[in-house]
Structure formats: structure tokens, C-alpha cells
Design a protein around this ligand. Sequence first.
Ligand code: MEV
Length: 425
Amino acid sequence: MNSRISGFYRLPVEERLSIIAEQCNLSNEEKDILYGATAFPMSTADAMIENVVGIIPIPVGIATNFKINGKDTFIPMATEEPSVVAAASNAARIAYNKGGFFTSLSGSIMRGQIQVVDVKDPHAAKIRIYEKKSEILEKCNAQDPTLVSFGGGAKDIEVNVIETATQTMLILNLFVDTKDAMGANAVNTMAEAIAPMVESITYGRVILRIISNLADRRLARARAVFSAEGLGGKDVVRDIVNAYEFADTDPYRAATHNKGIMNGISAVVLATGNDTRAVEAGAHAYATTTGRYRSLTKYEINEDGDLVGSIELPMAVGIIGGATKTHPVARIGLKILNINTAEELAGCIAATGLAQNLAGLRALATEGIQRGHMTLHARNLAVMAGAAGDEIDQVVSQAVKEKDFRYDRILELTKQLQRGVVSGS
Ligand code: MEV
């Protein structure tokens, strides 16, 4: 498998699909599903959510040039935003010759929370809960023997007494190793199952029983070296670090900086049928853990003058259960990634987030993002205007030449071309 395919973006969709199908061993049936030739079954959609009346297709692109933990990897990305896939591929190309991305996961522990109110002696009740820890964990694990048989299950508890605006509450945090599952179902089932037991220990009233999306015991980490030469020189490296420091210090900038990271992360999370909102909530909450909303990435300059980027964020994603298995395209997304564990998936997602961020910072620190964006925007407008095949490139290159990306002008150019007035350039 070789993720470096030069000119991939210039190939027709069908050729790109053939290359990916060949390298990732996709069957003809899987190719048809990905291509949309096999319609997404309405019965599947109807079983996924309520009140179904239709489906909304989102393009799936493949980011190329990724090497992750020594393995060339194609990254499936589902996104409606132009430039995202190209930007991730460009950043990955710069990292490739320096070894690509290296990733790890801190664990696969998710946290469930059980809220107890009306406890007369919350501090003593906390201690009584700890005394019953084994029974609590046993009751939890009885809910999911399959998870336990794979080495997962409820592992520990932590009880906190918190002071809210009007009262004292007890919060029982339950730590569950969810292994290859995202884990929401397992954790929520366990949290609900132990609620009566918790009420009888505390003589209080349990209200909420729910997973926390601040999955700080499931942190995905990735790092990569981006050569100064590949980035455009030492001045670019310096200004990327300046851009990073701006984000790390000013929350207004950090929000946009982290949004750029999530452009990559959410696209892979979606393409693999995982919960984009869970990962987004975890990421933004984690960005505030020092008391200020900060950058999820860090950048340093190594002794060779190259840029070293790193990222760390909660990554509650799975490869079993939910849409990862029921959504036919998500299954293909996982196959394209060629991974066997949720840990590997989390690493690929973190690496994509880092690549996405680096690409954004590089563009912002140099020519700005609008040139690339407008070219892609012009493509969309040309398609909207009715351009097809080669006409699209001709209309876009004329619009770029004229630096005029208004829809009126693109429509005019398309019509002229179709009437044979513009010969193209
Ligand atoms: C646009 O979707 C994302 C960027 O604004 C991210 C950033 O500013 O770093 C380019």
C-alpha cells in the first residue's frame, strides 16, 4: 500500500475509486456502495433515527500521503467543506519524508456519572459508596458480559461531593474500559443499573445517569515533524509558531484554530460512522482544562530547524456497534483505513486533526486561505452554473485569472464557454 499518489486530485472520480478499491481490497459491491451506485437503503435510514423522510448525501474524499506509525494509510473524510481534504493531504505530504505521524492512546476508559441529591450526610455517604465498590462494579459488569469477556468492563469508581449554586450533591463517577466500542451504551446501561443500589447506600435520590463526553482517560495523541523546506522555509516555520502562540493565548483565535482541527477530525469521525458531537464536545471541553480555552495542538522548532507538531485530545470512537456497523459507507470507511482496533482509529483521527491544523496555519501564515478557497469555491459555482467535465476547469481558471468569483460572472463564463465564445485557457 502506497498512500502517495501524485495527481490523485486530477483524476476522474471513477479512477480514484479504482485506485482506492485496488489498494484497499474493496469488492465491486463496496465500490458501488461508496460510489452511490447502490442506493443507501431507506430501511436502514428508517432504523437509524426517527421520523425519517430522506437522506442527505455528503461527499467522501480520500486524504492521501499519510504515513501513520510507519504504515501508509488512506484517510476517508466525509465533509461538505471545500479545501479540507486537499489541505490534509498537503500537510501529510510534508510530514511523510520525516517519518509521518506517530500516535498513541492513553487508554479506552470512559466515565459515567451518577448524580445523587438530597443526601443528608454526603461526606459519610461518599465513604459508604467506596466501601461497596466491589458490589457496584460487579453489578455493572453483570450488564455486559461480552465486554467483560474481551477484558473490558467497569474498573473503578470515584466519588465527589460538589457544591452547586444551591446545594451539596454527590457525584459517582464510574470508569468503564469500553475497548473497541465508543461505549455510550455500555456506560449508560451500567449507570442506570446501579442507581437503585446507590440510592440505598446514600439514602439520597439519583437523578442523572449518563456518560461524560470529556473522555480524558481516552486521549488520542499524535506528533509529526514537518520539514522547514517542505513548509517553504524557516520564516514560514517561525510564523506558524507565532500563529500557534496566538491561538494558545487568545480564546477568540483558539476557537477558530480548533475549528480547523475539527474540520479534519469530524470528517473522519463521520466517515467511520462515529459520533461527531461526542468527539467535538470532548475536544472543546478538553481545550479548557487549564482554566483557559487553548489550542489542542502545540508547535515547536527542533534542532534541525524543522517544525514539530503535536496534538492531544479525547477520542471516544469505536469500531463496533452503532452506525460503525449499520451504515454501509462507514464500514467501507473503516476498511479503507485498514485498522483493527479503536485505538488505531483514534490515532488516525488525531493525525488527521494535526495535519489539518498545520495546513490551515501554513496557509494563514503565508498567502492566506482565500486563494485556495476561492478556487474550490469557483469549482462549486461552475458546477452550479451547469459546467461539466473539462468545462469546469476552464471556467475556474478564467475566474482565477480575472480574480472574479461572483456567481453571475461564473454563470456568464459557463454560458459563453458552452456557446463556444470562450476557448478556455
Ligand atoms: C476554516 O474552515 C478553518 C480555518 O479558519 C482554521 C484556522 O483558522 O486555523 C482555516
